[in-house]
Design a protein around this ligand. Structure first.
Ligand code: ZN
Length: 357
């Protein structure tokens, strides 16, 4: 089959999902994710050693399935791409090693991808027919300069994007990431792991204002975040309510509502600062697993639109970790000439667990 755009196979094993996608340009032809969430749930969080074993077990099957679903033979792939950071070192290694070997074996150029750049442009993936998703666009004109808000279990970042490939981090968390705080609060409420999605679900039944928390870093004067203090405040609140003899079911919905409201307020506060201090920006890109909450997607979107920004977010499928977004990022890297063709150079690519944008 003849393809107009480069055909890319992309790998991501940065945390507990084994994911491989095939793209033609930004068009996702297949995206297969083997989730380990049930395995890690019994430990209350991701165990890197167990994740590595699972990645090693799953990757050959996920690979076959991704090719089969895309109806592509490996010989017809033009580029091999993989996340090399940030993430869990021993887990990153599995996908990276598999992808590098594949590139060398089939004599394909190799594209190392930053996982956070993947999240940032996850909304720019197109479906297999080349159509944009509801929160995306086909044409890339007039999108830059832009801002990105990235929130996940490990990251909370505000990034200024001058153009694709040219980034400046302008705010980040000083301690816990948003997703981490959600999961820890979920644990306090005995929601199991991951508890964050349950907090967002329960908040729907709560009343705003009944239980209040202080917005963290409200007067810090910068665009950084902090969620450790909020998490501690939440813990004291649960103790206070329980010691007062109140049953969890009497307050848990309002508690989740109050926590979610505070997180959204803190994100919007810093986002407004970022837009106002960078008046030329045209677009807000959002990404990361915490955007699985439709309410967060909507309320951040309201802020972006109130400033006249184009708001770009991905479909549910590409909000958590996935290789589809890694393929999109790889595509932009290919356009910018950022790939390796030399076998020795490909061999030298190492995982970088603390890689930053
Ligand atoms: Zn991620």
């Amino acid at each position: 089959m003849k393809h107009n755009e480069p055909v890319i196979i992309a790998f991501d094993t940065s945390c507990d999902d084994t994911s491989i996608a095939i793209l033609e340009g930004r068009k996702v032809l297949s995206s297969v994710v083997s989730s380990q969430v049930e395995i890690h749930a019994q430990w209350g969080g991701v165990v890197p050693d167990i994740a590595r074993r699972e990645h090693e077990k799953n990757i050959p099957m996920v690979y076959e399935e991704a090719l089969k679903k895309a109806k592509i033979k490996i010989e017809d792939v033009d580029y091999v791409a993989a996340t090399y950071g940030p993430g869990l070192a021993i887990d990153l290694e599995v996908g990276l090693a598999f992808a590098k070997e594949l590139a060398i074996k089939y004599n394909k150029p190799f594209v190392p991808v930053n996982h956070m750049e993947g999240h940032m442009f996850s909304g720019l993936s197109l479906n297999s027919k080349g159509k944009a998703n509801p929160g995306g666009v086909v044409e890339l004109d007039n999108l830059f300069p832009a801002l990105a808000l990235l929130i996940s279990g490990k990251h909370t970042e505000l990034v200024l994007i001058n153009k694709i490939g040219d980034y400046k981090k302008i705010g980040e968390t000083l301690d816990d990431a948003v997703g981490e705080a959600f999961d820890k609060v979920g644990r306090m409420l005995n929601f199991g792991y991951p508890g964050g999605p349950v907090v967002c679900e329960f908040a729907k039944k709560g009343v705003s204002g009944n239980i209040k928390f202080t917005i963290p870093m409200k007067n810090s004067g910068d665009m950084n975040f902090s969620y450790s203090g909020l998490k501690t405040a939440a813990l004291y609140k649960t103790k206070e309510l329980r010691e007062a003899g109140k049953q969890d079911k009497e307050w848990v919905y309002d508690f989740c509502r109050g926590f979610l409201d505070t997180v959204i307020d803190s994100l919007n506060l810093k986002l407004k600062m970022a837009v106002e201090s960078n008046p030329g920006v045209r677009t807000l890109f959002v990404g990361g697993g915490v955007f699985n909450s439709e309410e967060i997607v909507r309320k951040i979107g309201n802020t972006a639109r109130s400033y006249g920004l184009t708001y770009i977010y991905s479909d549910q499928e590409y909000r958590g970790d996935n290789a589809g977004m890694i393929g999109v990022s790889a595509y932009f890297n290919i356009l910018n000439g950022k790939y390796l063709s030399n076998v020795d150079e490909i061999r030298k690519v190492d995982r970088d667990p603390r890689l930053s944008l």
